[in-house]
Design a protein around this ligand. Structure first.
Ligand code: DAH
Length: 347
């Protein structure tokens, strides 16, 4: 018993508490009704009578040491709190609260919306799950076009009875589908952009992802010409990439536009001299565009004799990667705070 008491004495002397809860635990352990000290006193019964007095004194010492320790620590903790209170200086600036920052893709999307809003474009959105008609057929994709192939498209459901076009439902592969919905539901003239998320069955790499974002644009009115398209997109390019940005249009092919083109801008890094970003060509491709094919207008019940229009589509990731010189598309989706924090903070 003596050894046990000695051990407890050591434990009590060494004890210190960082908070009230810890101190209370200590008090309960040693001094509560069922604590160590009272139970040692209860064991006095078993001590030989001639040793009882000595043992009693010893146990009293244990009890007093424990009580003193509790008192002592209580006072220290209280005085610490007092000093903390006394040290509060109300004139000090508040503690810094870290602000979040907007995702780079949102920054660029908002900027694109802002630029086109200034020349009269409205903004609307369409569904991410699309039927074959809006994603392909109405956009003049021939039946056997490779883009309908399983390789590009995530099909969700095949042939449910109540859907048009053999009932194929897919995740939209581009925001051009929203052109169709807009033309079906609105009268010309139309001047709108459609930002949104798109999906393609592609292997994920530094340059490609199976989920990405596009902004589609559509302008339908009487007498809209290719010159209008060029001027509008030139305006966009200079607003987005800076005064002095040059544009060039290369002939291309999209089923829903005729003629079709891809627009390049002069490399804003090297000014056209040639660098890594433009692969030493002086130009970087930023979007696809063209005059809306009359078949597409007719598919949406717009009189193609009266109205003409242009459309364009760009990848938000691509523009963001160029603008901020980001070389791996996966950065956008990993949500590493060290990456995200580098862009402008929330406004
Ligand atoms: N939908 C095309 C794509 O995803 C982009 C595009 C090209 C949209 C030309 C257009 C356009 O509206 O006219 O690659």
């Amino acid at each position: 018993m003596q050894d046990k008491v000695n051990q407890y004495l050591g434990e009590i002397k060494d004890f210190s508490a960082t908070g009230k809860e810890q101190l209370e635990e200590f008090r309960i352990k040693f001094l509560s009704k069922k604590g160590i000290v009272p139970s040692l006193f209860a064991e006095m019964r078993n001590v030989a009578p001639e040793k009882r007095k000595e043992m009693g004194l010893f146990l009293n010492e244990l009890k007093n040491t424990a009580q003193q320790k509790v008192e002592e620590l209580k006072q220290t903790l209280e005085s610490k709190q007092e000093t903390r209170k006394a040290n509060i200086d109300l004139s000090m600036p508040a503690e810094f609260i870290e602000l979040g920052s907007r995702h780079p893709l949102s920054i660029v999307r908002n900027r694109i919306i802002d630029i086109f809003s200034r020349i009269g474009y409205s903004v609307s959105e369409g569904p991410e799950i699309e039927d074959d008609w809006h994603n392909f057929t109405a956009l003049n994709f021939p039946e056997e076009h490779p883009a309908r192939d399983m390789q590009d498209t995530f099909f969700i459901e095949k042939n449910p009875d109540n859907l048009p076009d053999g009932g194929q439902v897919a995740l939209r592969t581009h925001t051009s589908s929203v052109q169709i919905r807009t033309m079906e539901n609105n009268q010309a003239p139309i001047r709108s952009i459609f930002p949104g998320r798109v999906f393609r069955n592609e292997a994920i790499s530094a340059r490609a992802h199976c989920i990405f974002h596009q902004v589609e644009g559509l302008y339908i009115d009487e007498n809209v010409s290719f010159a209008d398209l060029k001027q509008s997109l030139y305006y966009f390019a200079t607003e987005m990439f800076g005064e002095g940005t040059k544009t060039r249009f290369r002939p291309s092919y999209f089923p829903f536009t005729e003629p079709s083109a891809e627009m390049d801008i002069s490399c804003f890094i090297c000014g056209g001299e040639g660098c890594k970003v433009c692969k030493h060509t002086g130009w970087v491709e930023i979007l696809g565009c063209g005059m809306v094919d009359p078949n597409v207008l007719e598919n949406c019940h717009i009189d193609s004799k009266k109205y003409t229009g242009f459309a364009f589509g760009m990848g938000i990731e691509r523009i963001t990667m160029l603008k901020y010189q980001i070389n791996d598309i996966r950065n956008f989706f990993e949500n590493d705070i060290r990456f995200l924090k580098q862009f402008e903070s929330t406004v």
